[in-house]
Design a protein around this ligand. Structure first.
Ligand code: ACO
Length: 321
């Protein structure tokens, strides 16, 4: 039987941190106290105007490939989860493939599930590997959310940041990915969306992110708890046996409420939202890579990764690292 395991992780944040006080200095009607109390966010990274998701993805990917001990040419599948692609087409994944110099004819495509994008991409890549069709996948979350923020809307612009995270997932004899689950409920579309579209040469409709924050909060906590329980049950482990929980890094209060609902102490929860804000599809692999590189996550440990995003779409994976 073919299994899939994480061979290496990598991440990248552009430029210097932009603190809450830096936002105040830029003229946003907010305060460090308001943002910190409500979200736990102290800083985010904002890409320069000419930096794209594929460039951030490239930086994260070369780190993940190096950590995996393979070469770019060994990658035969690339999935990039992003809601802020470089352009309408070609896909960010093919642009990344070219940047990495991969010419082996492997598959490359984007996947759009907003902040659940990485959970969806990981669940998808795992199925390709386990089917035997592909041997080594590069799974990336990359975003420049600063491009779709209304900087006059203080209720949303302070929450998000730019960045990328990546993993190399490879075929193995021993199980790495133990269980995955992905879900969606499209009836929640209006609660969190960027409703605009490109139409005959111009943007029609609202091109910025719009959100009902309190509705998102309630829904997120419920489904993040439910889907963590679901993958634990499919994987045949109790939540007590899980070493680390890595929820989508949107807001420390959502992360804490999810941990509480699950009965998982914050000592077992990886939270990195304070220093990069909500980076959408990049948030889970950014948190994973940080915890792997600082030695918290060790080989053999059980980890649940989980995300929720616009749609709503949500999902989780239980893995043995
Ligand atoms: N600075 C100062 N004041 C602000 C700011 C700001 N940045 N933003 C809003 N306010 C004000 C509002 O104008 C309002 O003022 P008023 O009472 O005079 O009208 C007051 O603060 C309260 O506004 P609310 O929107 O009710 O604030 P709330 O307590 O709900 O907190 C927040 C807002 C932080 C967005 C909260 O709803 C939340 O955490 N929601 C979760 C949403 C989230 O994390 N989304 C991420 C994307 S979704 C995802 O990734 C799954």
């Amino acid at each position: 039987m073919i299994h899939a395991r994480v061979a290496g992780t990598g991440s990248f944040l552009p430029g210097k941190p932009v603190t809450n006080n830096d936002l105040v200095a830029r003229g946003i009607d907010t305060s460090d106290e308001w943002i910190t109390e409500r979200t736990g966010i102290h800083a985010r990274h904002l890409a320069e105007p000419d930096v794209t998701s594929s460039q951030l993805a490239y930086e994260a990917s070369i780190r993940a490939i190096e950590a995996a001990g393979c070469l770019p040419g060994d990658i035969d599948l690339i999935i990039v989860a992003t809601s802020t692609p470089d352009c309408i087409f070609p896909s960010t994944a093919t642009l990344l493939q070219a940047k990495l110099g991969i010419t082996n004819g492997g598959a490359a495509f984007d996947l759009q599930a907003v902040c659940a994008g990485f959970a969806y991409a990981l669940a998808t890549a795992e199925k390709f590997i386990r089917s035997g069709s592909h041997k080594r996948a590069l799974v990336v979350g990359a975003e420049v959310f600063s491009r779709i923020l209304d900087w006059n809307d203080r209720g949303t612009c302070v929450l998000f940041g730019d960045g990328a995270g990546a993993i190399v997932l490879e075929a193995s004899d021993a199980p790495g990915i133990l269980a995955s689950a992905i879900h969606a409920d499209g009836s929640y579309n209006p609660i969190l969306c960027v409703p605009g579209q490109i139409n005959r040469g111009s943007v029609t409709g609202d091109p910025f992110l719009r959100m009902d924050g309190q509705a998102v909060f309630k829904f997120a906590v419920k489904v993040l708890a439910d889907v963590a329980r679901e993958v634990a049950e499919i994987g045949g482990v109790s939540l007590d046996e899980v070493d680390w929980l890595i929820p989508h890094q949107a807001n420390i209060r959502i992360i804490q409420a999810t941990g509480k609902r699950l009965g998982v102490s914050m000592g077992k929860v990886i939270a990195t939202v304070s220093h990069h804000g909500n980076t959408s599809a990049a948030s889970i692999p950014l948190a994973l890579d940080e915890a792997v590189r600082d030695g918290r996550i060790q080989r053999g440990q059980k980890v649940i990764l989980e995300g929720i995003g616009g749609g709503f779409a949500w999902g989780a994976t239980l893995l043995r690292f």
